[in-house]
Design a protein around this ligand. Structure first.
Ligand code: GSH
Length: 211
């Protein structure tokens, strides 16, 4: 199988890069320079018309959306046990949290980091305030869930959803209320950061913050 990941340092491609390392999958990494807007180059837009990362090519097939890619990788390498069996209550919980990440957390982060997109430059403050409120409420729900049902999102067993959520927790690090302020989230993040593959993806991307 030939696998190529298009990513950029410290972005939504991190979870895919991290999982490829965790699963021991040989791959080629092509890092795009956002400062040069390489994600909007005509060649890249042919692959991913959204001009965003990640994009994963598996034997030439284009995959986008980090949560979807994470789920597919977990399915491709079942021996790692990162995806519960189809039709089980654990699989249902897995879908629940993956979609919560993609549908609730990610759009709110998008609003925080790209606040002019929804309603122009004149509404930046309002968009940031509502994105922040949405994120804090969502993280409170995740924290409550982990306190009652942890240590991982699906309970005792780690899944690809925990990798996605660790990346999403990381994005809060410079926000007014970073996830470390919730003790349950702080402990959860620490469990995930202790994985050797986390240190490895940090080394490969040259990341030094939120260790
Ligand atoms: N829902 C997408 C979000 C991808 C996304 O927003 N990526 C950002 C980086 S974190 C990006 O590529 N931004 C560049 C841009 O929008 O120009 C996913 O999970 O893959």
């Amino acid at each position: 199988m030939s696998i190529v990941l298009y990513g950029s340092q410290s972005t939504a491609s991190l979870v895919v890069h991290w999982l490829l390392i965790e699963l021991g999958v040989e791959h080629e990494l092509r890092m795009l320079d956002f400062d040069k807007r390489e994600q909007k180059s005509p060649e890249y837009l042919k692959l991913n018309p959204q001009g965003r990362v990640p994009t994963l090519l598996i034997d030439g097939q284009v995959l986008t959306e980090s949560a979807a890619i994470a789920m597919h990788l977990a399915d491709l390498y079942p021996q790692a046990g990162l995806a519960p069996a189809i039709g089980t209550p654990e699989r249902a919980a897995y879908y629940r949290w993956m979609f919560f990440g993609a549908y609730t957390l990610m759009p709110a982060y998008r609003g925080w980091f790209y606040p002019d997109e929804p309603a122009g430059a004149e509404n930046i403050d309002k968009v940031k305030a509502s994105s922040r409120a949405g994120l804090e409420s969502a993280w409170q729900q995740v924290s409550d869930h982990l306190e009652a049902n942890g240590p991982y999102l699906l309970g005792e067993r780690r899944s690809a959803a925990d990798f996605l959520f660790t990346m999403l927790m990381r994005w809060s690090r410079n926000m007014p209320r970073p996830i470390d302020r919730w003790p349950a989230l702080h402990a959860y993040a620490a469990r995930m950061k202790a994985l050797p593959s986390f240190r490895e993806v940090y080394a490969r991307e040259g990341l030094t913050d939120w260790t």
